[in-house]
Write a protein that binds this ligand. Structure first.
Ligand SMILES: [Zn+2]
Length: 62
């Protein structure tokens, strides 16, 4: 029984490759260019997976 290590999923998730346009602020804070909300490094990738809308369309959002 030989050890085959060909099925090794590379869990590389580059910080800059998220499916949404984010503006990096101060290296840690990221601003979603869609809804213009601020997120941390950890929150930004999560936010990239959710649907957000521009806030300007909904002035009574808060
Ligand atoms: Zn957003």
């Amino acid at each position: 029984m030989a050890e085959v290590q060909q099925n090794r999923p590379s869990a590389r998730t580059p910080d800059d490759q998220i499916g949404k346009p984010f503006l990096v602020i101060a290296g840690k804070i990221r601003k979603c260019l869609v809804c213009e909300e601020l997120f941390t490094r950890q929150e930004a990738p999560k936010h990239a997976n959710v649907v957000c809308q521009p806030r300007s369309e909904y002035p009574e959002h808060e």
